[in-house]
Design a protein around this ligand. Structure first.
Ligand code: HEM
Length: 402
């Protein structure tokens, strides 16, 4: 805080040389009281849960803090309240921000200090006590003003720094993801065509063999692995170079029924119950049917993979005048809070075979349709993914189907 403000406070309070002399005269008589005042001050600090919490990591520092407060008390009666005094006392607010002391405790603690010092003055034999107490009150008001002002400044500075740090961290993360995205897209593109060539060649070789011949099943396994690679590469391309949605009429219920039908025929889907529950009738929406199908398929596959045998995966749908809501619920293993928070981050996966792109792709699709996706998960209880889509996405976000 600039010295100017300190001088302003002095002027406003009428703190003058006579006050300085009156306080200077208290130094000797109050000295025997300093240790007791400090001891009682910190007894109160330790006894009160609010201030004790601030000290919890610093209890070992208590003797040093007591010495600091004793010095501070002596400083009140040193008689010199100029530039050096201001500079020294201006550190206290910052120290309290560092310590995490809530601001109001300074006001309360200053009141206790005032009562203690006034009682101590009362117990001395000094003359002109009322005049001296008046000078002390002015100085303590100055001290409190300075403490609060420097606290405010330091607090704002810390908060600004915190915001800057968080912003920079976000920016670095975004840049990193953008780079990874570009790199992945380029790599995926390079892999896609040779992979198709290899797959074609293997199919030809396998076609020339008879089922049961020694290499027939080996080549079948190779083809399966190629398929997996192909899916990963396609995911990468979809994520890194998303296409704007091509809007058309999309019957969500029909898409859901079709996907559930497909999944029931798959071994993973056949071992659990797959349900569609229409809470309210759902009108057709304007959306890219392929992308919505991909969105739903990703959500359903996640739910199915998280589920134990015989448990239920449910898709609930409802609508109001402007939106449809689609909730995919499973009773599977669920996710820890940190996992759920990061689930929409690209390349974050806890699955041994996942690409970490399923949910991020879902998010991109939902956002491109002007919608929202929210994940709610409890470990051991299951997960619920809620997608809200407008009946009609806003036109600027999308490319209308010609
Ligand atoms: C009138 C009230 C108070 C006064 C005059 C006062 C005075 C001081 C002074 C002079 C310092 C050293 C500043 C420096 O590093 O230059 C300090 C630091 C500290 N004070 Fe206070 N204090 C007050 C209230 C409190 C209260 C109620 C607590 C409660 C826990 C507290 C906790 C601390 C802590 C933990 C530090 C060390 C901070 C650090 O160095 O990181 N203070 N205080």
């Amino acid at each position: 805080m600039p010295a100017l403000v300190f001088d302003e406070m002095k002027r406003y309070l009428g703190f003058d040389d006579e006050d300085a002399r009156a306080l200077r005269a208290l130094a000797g008589p109050l000295e025997p009281h300093v240790t007791g005042i400090v001891a009682r001050f910190y007894e109160r600090v330790v006894a009160d849960p609010g201030t004790r919490a601030v000290l919890s990591a610093e209890l070992a520092e208590l003797p040093a803090l007591k010495r600091t407060l004793a010095d501070w008390l002596r400083g009140l009666f040193a008689g010199d309240y100029g530039e050096a005094y201001h500079r020294k006392r201006a550190q206290i607010g910052r120290a309290h921000v560092r310590a995490g002391l809530p601001q109001h405790y300074m006001v309360a603690a200053m009141e206790l200090v005032r009562l203690e010092l006034e009682a101590a003055i009362g117990a001395t034999a000094v003359r002109g006590k009322r005049r001296k107490i008046a000078a002390l009150r002015r100085l303590l008001a100055l001290e409190l003003g300075l403490m609060l002002e420097t606290y405010r400044e330091s607090y704002a500075q810390t908060a600004r720094q915190g915001e800057r740090d968080a912003m920079e961290a976000r920016l670095r993360e975004t840049e990193k993801l953008a780079q990874i995205g570009q790199l992945s897209a380029a790599l995926a593109h390079e892999i896609k065509n040779p992979l198709a060539g290899i797959s074609g060649a293997i199919q030809i070789i396998r076609g020339s063999l008879k089922p049961g011949q020694p290499h027939w099943s080996v080549l079948g396994e190779v083809l399966q692995q190629i398929n997996r690679l192909d899916r990963t590469v396609k995911d990468l391309l979809v994520y890194a170079r998303p296409k704007p949605p091509r809007l058309g009429r999309c019957d969500l219920s029909a898409v859901i029924e079709r996907l559930l039908g497909l999944l029931r025929k798959e071994p993973a889907g056949a071992r659990i119950h797959l349900e569609h529950h229409a809470v309210t009738p759902v009108p057709t929406i304007m959306a890219d049917a392929n992308q919505i199908e991909q969105l739903l398929m990703n959500l359903l596959l996640n739910a199915v993979q998280a589920s134990d045998e015989n448990s239920t995966v449910r898709v609930s749908t409802s609508a109001d005048n402007a939106h449809i809501r689609l909730v995919v619920t499973d009773r599977g293993c669920g996710m820890e809070a940190e996992e759920a928070r990061r689930a929409l981050e690209p390349f974050f996966t806890t699955k041994a075979r996942g690409t970490g792109l399923g949910l991020p792709i879902c998010q991109k699709i939902v956002e491109a349709h002007d919608g929202q996706i929210v994940i709610d998960s409890t470990p051991g209880t299951g997960s619920e993914v809620t997608v809200t889509l407008p009946l009609r996405p806003s036109p600027r976000e999308t490319a209308e189907r010609p």
